[in-house]
Design a protein around this ligand. Sequence first.
Ligand code: LLP
Length: 427
Amino acid sequence: MTTEYNEFGQLTIRGHEVQSLVKDYGTPLIIYDEDHLVSMMDKYHSVFKHHQVPYSISYASKAFSSIQMIKLLKSRNMELDVVSIGELYTALQAGFPAQDIHFHGNNKTPYEIDYALKNGVRFFIIDALDEISLIDGLAEDLEEDDAVNVLIRINPSVEVNTHEYISTGQEDSKFGLSLSNGAAKKAIDLIKRSQHLNFKGIHYHLGSQLADSQPFINAISNVFAWLDQENIDIDILNMGGGYGVKYTEDDVRFPIETGFDDILNHLKKVLKQSNRNMPHLMIEPGRSITAEAAITVYEVGTIKDIPGVSKYISIDGGMSDHIRTPLYGADYEVIPVELNEDSTSLPSHVVGKLCESGDVIGKNKMLPEDIKRGDLLAVKTTGAYHYSMASNYNQMQKPAVIFVSDNGVRQVIKRQSLEQLIENDIR
Ligand code: LLP
């Protein structure tokens, strides 16, 4: 993302002064660099094109979804993962083609499955054994030759180094079918015996915020050893998402080009050993496309200085739009929107305005000593799992979202209104 201070000490994103964007759209404000989003989508395409393999990039819409985001994905030839009727509805409302949508989730309800089928979705990732008869039964009304393509989500038992809450590929998990206890093999047998389901291949998602290719390489070895042992052919291999981003200087960003060089070269080697053709490859990046594309801008309110102890800077948002720090202890960079070269910096705690001691955005952030009410602060790398995880706790309104680019500025989501907060309440 292109954030930099201009000659007047004003923070800019893609050349647009943050302060003037705030004048137009208020705070808290999530600002995406649209050109960055596009460049990330294009980067994934170019890696797979370079390797000349059949592929699709299926964006995990849980990271950030909105009508304009979905339209942008469509314009860049992306496919889409959804995990709920709500994500599906958003995609369909944006005009995203149903045939490019993949339905995920460890507990798809009959209602959701039926809705997806009726709206043309023909691609499901099976997460549990009982889902097979459920989807097969609901597909009964489809045209004879209109089979539903399915992958099974397996647990390749690969250790990953990430937060326990976002680690998913291990045996003891609510997600997926186990290779070792026979559930995955049983699922394939059931699918092959079903009326309307077409077994297409394997899916796994190892976890999120992974910094290197090693877990993906290990997964390929484990999965093909199992496929060989069970004598199973696949048309599609879906390696999931989880490619890490740089929240702070301490984080290692997953190296997309070299990382996929390693993964794809290993895959080619393994395929050769097992005498198989290259399957259609899928990946499901979410965070790596959106996280570093956005900042959230807040206005400073109360400042509480406890001499010799701590300084608390309160902002006009908090865990309602920034849950990742309270939930995962995630660390972020917090920077002033206006730079004053003469002022010294002090460690300060940046906290939200919600009634919860854990409503912390960042601890001991180096911020100007003379920071005052009305100043603006920007939290970087807030493009993934921020708006999409926002809540109305304390009846906080969800923030506005804008896209900026070399071509200009456009609003993509309006700030939630007070009226909307109670629109479903019976008066
Ligand atoms: N595919 C599947 C099946 C997934 O479960 C996920 C994320 C992804 C793809 C995308 O992963 P990504 O590339 O975005 O890391 N709320 C947490 C993240 C939960 C991720 C859940 N699944 C966070 O804020 O870190």
